[in-house]
Design a protein around this ligand. Structure first.
Ligand SMILES: [Mg+2]
Length: 286
């Protein structure tokens, strides 16, 4: 079993906290130990919390509903996922583009609501969006191929870089990287932009409006290549929690430039030991 602290724990409170969701706050349909009391305590202290996910198969409303059902009622505007960052990026960088989303309904709905023009006619597609799409078909691949290779007009962008989405019990499901690879393989195109973690765009979107220096904020997640990378590249303190995808041995092997500032066996260790003492917390509760 992992030693409880590892000696790299926060010794102070930060001004705001950004949380990865899967493997960090919950796993499957259960909150992870300490998640609820930690987040309630941060809120009680008036410290802003934000939740981030690379998963574009739900929209923020669905995440808010899920967190509420798990006993952690959360306003929609505290949640940012790749449905949000992809839509934002299109409005900022290609507001007049005609797009073909290879994605599920939450992404398509958000694009519709934002007034983004969509088409499945390869002759008029400017941007193909690769996403985590469990309704992916050969027909969709053909449209992307024709728009990018045959008509030589469409660019390729993606919602997130994840190879697979982990499930409890060690199983998982192919994620967006598989869709990107299929399109790249047949067209020779390269994906030009990836709007999920580790792209700092996601943290910038989540922390917009808080008026805080990045160094005053902390990001915590369970993956080195996405959560920790994004925090380090954005100037936030980075914490890795060992309740999800990453084993302690992998953290120990990480190069100094890739290593998190803090390593936690459970999420509520984000509160410094002095605060645990003040609150009378023990490991057996929460
Ligand atoms: Mg995660």
């Amino acid at each position: 079993m992992d030693e409880p602290t590892g000696g790299r724990l926060p010794e102070r409170l930060y001004q705001a906290y950004a949380f990865d969701l899967d493997g960090t706050v919950y796993l499957g349909d259960g909150l992870l130990p300490g998640a609820r009391r930690l987040i309630e305590e941060l809120r009680a202290r008036g410290l802003p919390v934000r939740f981030l996910s690379n998963n574009p198969t739900k929209d923020p409303e669905q995440y808010a509903e899920k967190l509420g059902k798990l006993g952690l009622p959360t306003p929609v505007d505290e949640i940012v996922n790749t449905v949000v960052t992809m839509t934002r990026w299109l409005l900022d960088h290609a507001p007049d583009a005609v797009v073909f989303p290879i994605g599920e309904q939450p992404l398509v709905r958000a694009l519709e609501r934002a007034g983004v023009r969509m088409s499945s006619d390869p002759a008029e597609i400017d941007i193909v969006i690769a996403s985590y799409d469990r309704t992916f078909t050969y027909e969709k691949l053909q449209i992307a191929f024709d728009a990018i290779w045959f008509h030589q007009r469409a660019r390729l962008v993606a919602t997130n870089p994840d190879r697979f989405c982990p499930f409890p019990g060690g199983r998982g499901e192919p994620d967006c990287a598989a869709i990107i690879a299929a399109i790249e393989a047949c067209t020779g195109a390269r994906c030009e932009a990836n709007l999920g973690k580790p792209n700092p765009a996601m943290l910038h979107t989540a922390l917009a409006g808080l008026d805080l220096e990045p160094g005053e904020c902390l990001m915590v997640g369970d993956r080195l290549a996405t959560d920790v990378r994004m925090a380090l590249d954005t100037g936030l303190a980075a914490a890795l929690v060992l309740t999800g995808d990453t084993k302690r041995a992998e953290v120990d092997r990480a190069a100094p430039a890739d290593a998190p500032d803090f390593v936690l066996d459970r999420i509520d260790r984000l509160l410094p030991p002095a605060v645990w003492k003040e609150l009378g917390w023990t490991e057996n509760e929460g």
